[in-house]
Design a protein around this ligand. Structure first.
Ligand SMILES: Cc1ncc(COP(=O)(O)O)c(CNCCCC(=O)O)c1O
Length: 452
């Protein structure tokens, strides 16, 4: 495989040297100043992963106020797939800024929103007639997907899965599985939300996809009833829950059951969408066609945009005026999205995600062979993770995970953790990262594991 070394100016962002460079400890003095001001000005509930003050970003790095260049393996949580300050996105948004910044699409419509909807209807799985509605955040889009499904089916119940993450609003907290830090003390949560068991190959005793689906369907039928169920919502690969890839056949079996029972199948592709997994959408890997697909994150190169795209007969059921929001599908975000989609198409980023996946899976599996504390290596494309365990018992090792992540952060590599048990290190690099930098980042993580 040829090592792809895109220069920062070709695809992702300003011409920044694509290097890990530490000129101070992390955080350096200027970052320390920002973190101190943050403590005095920002609510404590707003956390941060790495204590830096970012001044630039592009390709596969972020640069902080002290001059440190940090390898970015997080992409702002799977957002800057096309690279930070992608030149196409920057040019498009600058042009839009000069034209107009806001009219509220449901007051005075504009081309960008419609053009994004047309692209989503074209690119998302399925050849059926579709409609889209745009919003600002992933949670807002999930909320609206559920609204539409309930309105269309005239049913109220919704099923989400173990380890799921769907957002931080009231309904999406109810759909989300993990209590701390997302839900604790923020209730009561919306009614009519139920939970079903997931296919978790590393921890469910090796159930096949069909067996895991049968288990979930039986629980849904016995505890909810299809006649009461508006929708099931699932991430094709779970994100915050630990990058769990269900066993083959699990998702298709759920779709078949939903289709047979007038239940809307909603794929939450907020984290998996837009080339991240080596396809436009993760649903494609299992050949499933969701009734509704929710997208956000990678859609607009870092500007806030989300979308609900679904079967026209479902999406059109809401009465005129039933969907909207002041900034929903803002002109700036739509300009960014059209440019980001062009970058995915023109800059070969879906193929690049596959290449990144090969590097990640290959190197992490080699590490796992030498170190049984890596219990599992999993994921697709540029969405890969390791689950860290006590090799004697298989128990999750959150303390080890925190140590390895802390080592990476202190040594100029930004990695994120996740998982119900806090024992998953995930790799979400920008698709504009070069192989050398990616491999260097992995080597720092491996060093953290060795030193732990
Ligand atoms: C599948 C899936 N659905 C929905 C969401 C929610 O998207 P918003 O844009 O954060 O609302 C996400 C957001 N995931 C990262 C949030 C992290 C944090 O808030 O600390 C997701 O991954």
């Amino acid at each position: 495989m040829t090592i792809v070394e895109p220069t920062a100016t070709t695809v992702g962002g300003p011409a920044l040297p694509q290097e890990r460079r530490l000129v101070t400890s992390i955080p350096g003095p200027r970052s320390q100043e920002l973190i101190a001001r943050k403590a005095q000005a920002v609510a404590k509930g707003v956390g941060h992963t790495i204590p830096v003050s970012v001044v630039a970003a592009g390709g596969g790095v972020i640069v902080d106020a002290d001059g440190n260049s940090i390898i970015d393996l997080g992409s702002g949580i799977a957002v800057t797939g096309v690279g930070n300050s992608n030149p196409r996105v920057v040019d498009a948004v600058k042009a839009q800024l000069d034209a107009f910044t806001h009219t509220c699409f449901t007051v005075a419509p504009y081309d960008g929103y419609v053009a994004v909807a047309e692209k989503l209807n074209e690119l998302t799985p399925g050849g059926h007639e579709k409609r889209s509605a745009l919003f600002n955040s992933g949670a807002e889009a999930v909320e609206n997907a559920i609204k539409v499904a309930r309105h269309h089916t005239k049913k109220m119940a919704v099923v989400a899965f173990d380890h799921a993450y769907h957002g931080r609003t009231n309904l999406t907290m109810g759909l989300t599985a993990k209590n701390i830090p997302y839900k604790n003390g923020f209730g009561p949560f919306a009614p009519e939300v139920y939970r079903a068991p997931l296919s978790y190959p590393f921890r469910d005793g090796g159930l096949s996809g069909a067996e895991a689906a049968a288990r979930a369907i039986t629980q849904i039928e016995k505890q909810v009833g299809a006649e009461n169920l508006a929708a099931i919502i699932i991430e094709p690969i779970q994100g915050e829950g630990g990058f769990i890839v269900p066993a083959p056949g699990f998702l298709p079996a759920l779709v078949a059951w939903a289709n047979a029972n007038d239940v809307v199948f909603i794929a939450d592709e907020v984290q998996t969408g837009f080339a991240r997994t080596g396809a436009w959408f993760a649903s494609e890997h299992e050949d499933i066609v969701p009734d509704i697909i929710v997208t956000a994150k990678g859609i607009a190169g870092g500007l806030p945009l989300s979308a609900v795209t679904g079967r026209a007969e479902i999406m059109d059921s809401a009465m005129a005026g039933g969907l909207g929001g002041t900034y929903a599908g803002s002109p700036l975000a739509c300009a960014a999205a059209l440019a980001a989609i062009e970058s995915y198409e023109e800059d070969g980023l879906i193929e690049r995600a596959k290449e990144i996946g090969s590097v990640l899976i290959g190197r992490l599996n080699a590490l796992r062979t030498a170190d049984p504390r890596i219990g599992d290596v999993r994921g697709r494309g540029a969405m890969v993770a390791v689950e860290l365990v006590d090799p004697a018992t298989g128990a999750p090792d959150a303390a080890l995970t925190a140590k390895v992540a802390a080592h990476a952060h202190a040594n100029g590599v930004l990695v994120l953790t996740c998982g119900t048990y806090g024992n998953v290190i995930r790799f979400l690099p920008p698709l504009t990262i070069g192989d050398e930098l990616l491999i260097e980042g992995l080597e720092v993580v491996a060093e953290g594991l060795r030193n732990a």
